[in-house]
Design a protein around this ligand. Structure first.
Ligand code: HEC
Ligand code: HEC
Ligand code: HEC
Length: 303
């Protein structure tokens, strides 16, 4: 049993909890959740199946196989510990917050427990919390978060691309828009999107739009409107690909002007009404419509 407990407290507590009740932070985000051993009916549990599950894991769940990590005897020891302590006798196991570890009266911090256990997401706005919960959160932030990390949050925030993206190399500058950069930088897949399309016979309004677009919008949307420039690939959500025919199909001048004027909340797209006048916004929209919506008809799909 002592051997089984040692293995359990090292490899298993993280998901199944020290007391085998699976009241862990991991339980709040795993689907299916780790098994709560204390909730199982001993009559319905099979030792052979538990041995198999611990050795080979449960496919499609966070329960991995331990065959490569633990010996057969160790697997038997930990399974017997789980069966004896949690499934049959529902005994408490090791606790961390005990006087011997320097926590003489852990209960007095109970206001912060829901945050430590992930029951209340840490980013719940204060207005949605009761007075006691607000105190608990403050206590959690001050004294518990160092070990309990950030507990659970509703909004994970911006996540980075799982696909690695290259870093711009020496001499790269988005202001140079691909011109005058060194040959290595110019070889990144991003630089070809930093060249403004050459369109003959732009009207005076479209020319103004071109200048405004290339100065204000190309930074995110790329000079060619594709959003496939370096900065654009980093933003989440990505800047709209203005040359996407599906985008052009659902837009008209009025909607375009509105999107530019008012921005898109929850994204990096600013509201340009603070920066550009009505005539300037009209000009940018005219340029986008003329150059990008047209270009999309003949654009090659190679990234
Ligand atoms: C990363 C989280 C995680 C860890 C670590 C983990 N488990 Fe699990 N475990 C799970 C999940 C999730 C399930 C539920 C699988 C399912 O629903 O089929 C589970 C289920 C089980 C079951 C029930 C399997 C069955 O056949 O019904 C046993 C027994 C078990 N775990 C034992 C262990 C032991 C022993 C360890 C340590 C050696 C361990 N687990 C470590 C997540 C974990
Ligand atoms: C020095 C590290 C450390 C600090 C600081 C700490 N904890 Fe813990 N806490 C742990 C460990 C380790 C566990 C056991 C592992 C687990 O359950 O995930 C634990 C478990 C818990 C549990 C679940 C099990 C139980 O004993 O009830 C609660 C609730 C908890 N902590 C609350 C708190 C609160 C509230 C604070 C701040 C006042 C705090 N902890 C500060 C390390 C710490
Ligand atoms: C700081 C980065 C950034 C800049 C600068 C920027 N945009 Fe955007 N833009 C975005 C992002 C991100 C989106 C995507 C929002 C979404 O749909 O989730 C977007 C979306 C758009 C859309 C589509 C709106 C819709 O309804 O789908 C248009 C049109 C647009 N931008 C035009 C412009 C124009 C014109 C400028 C310059 C005046 C500009 N943007 C400057 C980031 C930017």
């Amino acid at each position: 049993m002592a051997r089984g407990r040692r293995i359990y407290n090292y490899h298993c507590y993280f998901c199944h909890g020290y007391d085998g009740d699976a009241r862990t932070l991991a339980s709040t985000y795993l689907d299916p959740p780790p098994r709560a051993f204390t909730a199982l009916n001993p009559e319905e549990v099979s030792r052979a199946r538990f041995l198999r599950s611990v050795a080979h894991g449960r496919p499609g769940t966070a329960m991995m196989g331990f065959a490569g990590i633990l010996s057969e005897q160790e697997i038997a020891a930990v399974v017997d510990f789980v069966l004896e302590y949690f499934v049959r006798r529902k005994l408490p196991n090791t606790r961390y917050h005990i006087p011997e570890n320097g926590w003489p009266n852990h209960q007095r911090y109970r206001a912060a427990f829901p945050f430590a256990l992930g029951e209340i997401p840490l980013d719940t706005p204060d207005v949605e919390l009761t007075e006691a919960q607000r105190r608990g959160k403050a206590l959690f932030m001050e004294s518990c978060i160092t070990c309990h990390d950030r507990a659970r949050v509703r909004d994970e925030g911006v996540h980075w691309e799982t696909r690695p993206v290259s870093f711009p190399r020496g001499g790269y500058s988005h202001r140079l828009r691909g011109r005058g950069t060194d040959t290595v930088s110019a070889a990144t897949p991003y630089s070809k999107h930093d060249r403004p399309p050459q369109v003959a016979d732009l009207t005076a309004q479209e020319k103004l739009g071109e200048q405004l677009y290339q100065e204000n919008c190309a930074f995110c949307h790329a000079a060619d409107g594709s959003g496939r420039n370096w900065i654009g690939r980093f933003l989440e959500p990505h800047p709209r690909d203005l040359t996407d025919p599906r985008f052009a199909a659902r837009m008209d001048r009025l909607k375009l002007v509105r999107a530019i004027r008012d921005g898109v909340s929850g994204s990096a797209m600013p509201a340009w009404k603070q920066v550009l006048g009505d005539a300037e916004i009209e000009a940018v929209a005219a340029y986008v419509e003329r150059v990008f919506f047209r270009v999309s008809e003949s654009r090659d799909e190679v990234e």
